[in-house]
Design a protein around this ligand. Structure first.
Ligand code: UD1
Ligand code: CA
Length: 455
């Protein structure tokens, strides 16, 4: 049977206390709904239909490149009403899988299992047993164990509230049947909403079979209604990512303190210390070591690179055996060949550095080409900005820049040249030359420092 997946994502998420539609709240560095969309797409349905409403066009606008069917639910009158808005666009003979935009961690494996259990003409319902079922709809079963209804937490009697089996929200049924039931839902309940969950009792009343399929891992079906649940979902997701990264050959100092907000490709025997945040596309070669509290985005580090603690690295490509930090800031457009060394309080931007060059302390290098085996002394600044435009600096192979030099761009320093410490260099320096720009030192012998007058 052809499958359409409907994702309900129109709710406001009152319990978030946010100006943002709930399904756009971030999870693993992207919005919650994108996770559900990925899972839905992995099932390769004929169509995906997303019901949006609260926050208006902000939700579809968050997915400019996505080709799904968007259904507007102008007023959020409940989950049954939400599905009802999407039904007219779905062929009668399609099977419908209902997913919730706020249940983002369900796995493809569990949904395939659910799809495999749909009884002919009936409903398959994904459930789970929770130690603390509070807040969720409870699954009611008869003496034979057959599902008879779902009762919402707010409508449940104390005895029903003690039931540990809950409704995850995910179900599968044929479009024609869902249409028949959804059309006659009422809002005669505690929340005054048209509950999708009420279709279960209707189906049972018609003698239609309802099968409850339970997932083993409650983390998968965590519903995100408030920020405490959002944080819990984030940890579940990060634990999954951490397990995957470990399986692929990385040692994590603490899998509970691992944060990936993008894609991480790793070689073998990588070590990642605590408090590291990866975002965008990050590639780490074999034996790369990342110290604690590094923030690394859209970066590729070659084999045997070492990042010491507290570095911020964004948009960098580094060859093998580079050493970075502690406390280095590398900005977009930075390219290191092999064995480049950058130490503490060094900022590099849009610059390429050839093998074996070093800048160990307190420097700014921007819009610069640095040759091989160059030494950039402490406190060196490439003065690349004149208040209007940026200018480039070229530093040849084997150049030695003494400490505290100001290199005023545009500037070329030839191979093997030496820049004396404390110089402000404004003119090109030929290869193998020494450039000194500073006053000669005056020394006054036996100088007596002024003293404070006696009181
Ligand atoms: C719902 C279920 C509950 C289940 C729980 C699982 C109903 C009536 N209740 O409760 O049985 O245990 O999920 O997490 O279905 N939505 C719309 N339009 C609306 C209302 C909601 O699109 O008018 C969307 C929301 O954006 C959300 C989903 O439907 O993604 C669920 O809505 P929510 O209000 O969070 O329902 P729960 O109270 O969590
Ligand atoms: Ca919910």
């Amino acid at each position: 049977m052809a499958l359409t997946t409907v994702i309900l994502a129109a709710g406001q998420g009152k319990r978030m206390n946010s100006d943002m539609p709930k399904v756009l709240q971030p999870l693993g560095g992207r919005n919650m709904l994108s996770h559900v969309l990925d899972t839905a797409a992995a099932l390769e349905p004929k169509a995906i239909n997303v019901v949006y409403g609260h926050g208006g066009e902000a939700v579809p606008k968050a997915f400019p490149e996505l080709t799904v069917d968007w259904t507007l639910q102008a007023e959020q009158l409940g989950t049954g009403h939400a599905l009802g808005q999407a039904l007219p666009g779905i062929p009668e003979d399609h099977q419908i899988l209902v997913l919730f935009g706020d249940v983002p961690l369900v796995t493809v494996v569990s949904l395939r299992a659910l799809l495999g259990e749909v009884p002919t003409g009936g409903i398959a319902l994904l459930t789970v047993f929770l130690e603390k079922p509070c807040g969720y709809g409870r699954i009611l079963r008869d003496d034979e164990g057959a599902v008879t209804a779902i009762v919402e937490d707010k409508d449940a009697t104390p005895a029903q509230r003690a039931i540990n089996e809950i409704n995850t929200g995910m179900m599968v049924a044929q479009a024609s049947s869902l249409r028949r039931w959804v059309e006659v839902l009422n809002d005669d309940n505690h929340q005054g909403e048209f509950y999708l969950t009420d279709v279960i009792a209707m189906a049972v009343g018609e003698g239609v079979p309802v099968v409850g399929v339970s997932v083993a891992d409650p983390d998968e079906v965590l519903g995100v209604n408030d920020r405490v649940q959002l944080a819990a979902a984030e940890r579940v997701l990060q634990r999954r990512y951490a397990q995957d990264v470990m399986a692929r050959g990385a040692t994590l100092a603490d899998p509970g303190r691992f944060d990936l907000r993008g894609a991480l490709t790793i070689g073998r025997d990588v070590f990642i210390d605590v408090g590291v945040v990866f975002s965008g596309d990050v590639v780490l070669g074999d034996r790369v070591q990342i110290g604690p509290n590094a923030i690394i985005s859209d970066t590729s580090l070659g084999d045997d690179c070492r990042v010491h603690e507290h570095c911020v690295i964004d948009g960098v490509v580094a060859g093998s055996h580079c050493e970075i930090g502690p406390f280095a800031r590398l900005r977009p457009g930075t390219e290191f060949e092999e064995r480049v060394k950058v130490g503490n309080f060094v900022e590099v931007k849009a610059s390429s550095v050839a093998p074996g060059s070093k800048m160990n302390h307190l420097s700014y290098v921007g819009d610069t080409r640095v040759g091989q085996d160059v030494n950039i002394g402490a406190g060196t600044i490439t003065c690349n900005y004149d208040g209007a435009a940026k200018h480039r600096t070229q530093i040849g192979d084997r150049v030695f820049v003494g400490s505290g030099a100001m290199l005023v761009a545009p500037l070329e320093i030839g191979a093997g040249a030496t820049i004396a410490a404390g110089s402000t260099i404004t003119k090109n320096v030929p290869g193998e030359a020494l450039a000194v720009e500073r006053n000669r030192q005056a020394t006054v012998k036996g100088w007596k420092r002024p003293t404070k007058p006696a009181k």
